[in-house]
Design a protein around this ligand. Structure first.
Ligand code: PMP
Length: 457
């Protein structure tokens, strides 16, 4: 008989997507999600899951928020589309720009709208290059990103991304993109090296890279406050302070990619607040609209805006923009979504129930398969190991992550393994009771995997 999500249940012959073994996917079929309700989603066979990844780090307000549906319907009836090119704009975007600039944790000047995180990061690169040109420093083009950082998949944003499978086969990264070390203390610190010492070493490495390349060639540094897709890597103590000290010494712009952390995930409205980051550019997406419709934005400060403001006659206009960028319906949804986050104090909830999630996960630290538990607020990861002492994986890297993730799905939780790290990033409306159900299911999944990893007990 047909398995619930098998090719027999849905004809998937014509469907291809990324991040999977395409041939195997044709045989096993995807998990087909049909419905959403609060923190739950349901597949076509009627199985219900806690969506512990908020879709893809996206859905702050849950999967059935009528006020977002109504906001979309109202705007769709009034003005379903208009563009944001040249001398045209529309009210939802003007309102959203004002709201975002007001919300920014550091003084920001302007908002620029795009459709996705990747596009926003591409836009940031071009704006930075345009600014260098406007300043009469066209050689100031290099942008420093980090290994394991994730900034998107277009040619330029994939170049910023520091994960191998986003580069292989594509001749990436493109020129002028450099990568420095991941701030992953648990994995990469030397024996006995404190978090502060490790942070100091990485800041030193960054400074040496800048000096070796020539400071006059370095335009910007980009980083996620917490690395998401790289495995929820939480920066060690002192990291951002020390990195920012190096950047300001050489007048290098800082871009905070808040695509995952933004709008409350860390228990503050922005991840930059959690870690004392003072960016010149902030990149926002995902939870900006709970991803009900795609929209993304860049916030730029005066250091970025002023040099480019009057330059169009001299160097040409900033020749950039997307037809659907800042779509009016998506902008209306984003405005309502932000209103809901504020009204319902979902940031406070992320702090409160997030503390519960972190505490419950940390209780699993002594489990034989758990290497490290890390996270802040409602974003967390548990890194799995076969050998706690050596931190060795179980056979091939990611095999244990995939095994436990499979058990989690059987136990009614949708999560995601990034290598051997299992990530948790539930909708921000989640309750303590729902977190308990989630962590209980995770514990059962670890116990189910244990006899396969350590057959002798
Ligand atoms: N930046 C970060 C930090 C992300 O996590 C992502 C997506 N996971 C992106 C950028 C790219 O966003 P998109 O998938 O919308 O292009």
């Amino acid at each position: 008989d047909a398995r619930p999500n098998s090719p027999e249940a849905r004809d998937i012959r014509y469907h291809l997507h990324g991040y999977t073994n395409a041939r195997k996917h044709q045989e096993t079929g995807p998990l087909v999600i049909e419905k959403g309700d609060g923190v739950y989603v349901e597949d076509i066979a009627g199985n219900r899951y806690i969506e512990a990844m908020a879709g893809l780090w996206s859905v702050a307000v849950g999967f059935s928020e009528k006020r977002l549906v109504d906001a979309a319907t109202r705007q769709m009836s009034k003005l379903p589309f208009y563009h944001d090119f040249g001398s045209k704009a529309h009210s939802p975007l003007i309102d959203l720009a004002e709201k975002l600039v007001q919300m920014a944790p550091v003084p920001m000047s302007k908002a620029y709208f795009t459709n996705s995180g990747s596009e926003a990061n591409d836009t940031a690169i071009k704006m930075i290059w345009y600014r260098s040109n406007a300043l009469g420093q066209p050689a100031r083009k290099k942008i420093i990103s980090r290994k394991r950082g994730y900034h998107g998949v277009t040619i330029a944003s994939a170049s910023l991304t520091g994960l191998p499978n986003n580069h292989l086969s594509f001749d990436l990264p493109i020129a002028n993109i450099l990568h420095t070390s991941t701030p992953h203390h648990w994995r990469d610190a030397q024996p006995g090296e404190s978090e502060e010492q490790f942070s100091a070493r990485l800041a030193d490495e960054l400074e040496k890279l800048i000096l070796a390349e020539g400071p006059e060639t370095i335009a910007a540094f980009i980083g996620e406050p917490i690395m998401g897709a790289g495995g929820v890597v939480v920066p060690p103590a002192g990291y951002w302070e020390k990195i920012q000290a190096v950047l300001s010494k050489y007048g290098i712009l800082l871009v905070a990619d808040e695509v995952i952390c933004g709008f409350g995930r860390t228990g503050e409205m922005f991840g930059s607040q959690t870690f004392g980051i003072k960016p010149d550019i902030m990149v926002l997406s995902k939870q900006i609209s709970s991803s009900y419709l795609p929209i993304s934005a860049l916030l730029i400060n005066d250091k970025v805006f002023e040099p480019i403001a009057d330059e169009s006659d001299r160097i040409g206009t900033f020749g950039h923009g997307f037809t659907g960028g800042g779509h009016p319906v998506a902008a209306a949804v984003a405005l309502e979504n932000i209103k809901l986050i504020e009204e319902r104090d979902l940031v406070g909830n992320a702090r409160k129930v997030g503390a519960h999630l972190q505490a419950r996960l940390r209780k699993l630290a002594s489990h034989p398969l758990v290497g490290e538990v890390r996270g802040v607020g409602l974003i967390a990861a548990v890194e799995l190991v076969a050998d706690k002492a050596t931190k060795a994986p179980w056979g091939k890297p990611a095999a244990l992550g995939a095994l436990v993730n499979g058990f989690l799905q059987q136990n009614g939780v949708i999560s995601r393994n990034m290598g051997d790290a299992i990530a948790f990033c539930p909708p921000m409306i989640i309750t303590e009771a729902q977190i308990d159900a989630l962590v209980d299911a995770f514990e059962r999944s670890l116990d189910a995997a244990l006899p396969q990893v350590h057959p002798q007990g």
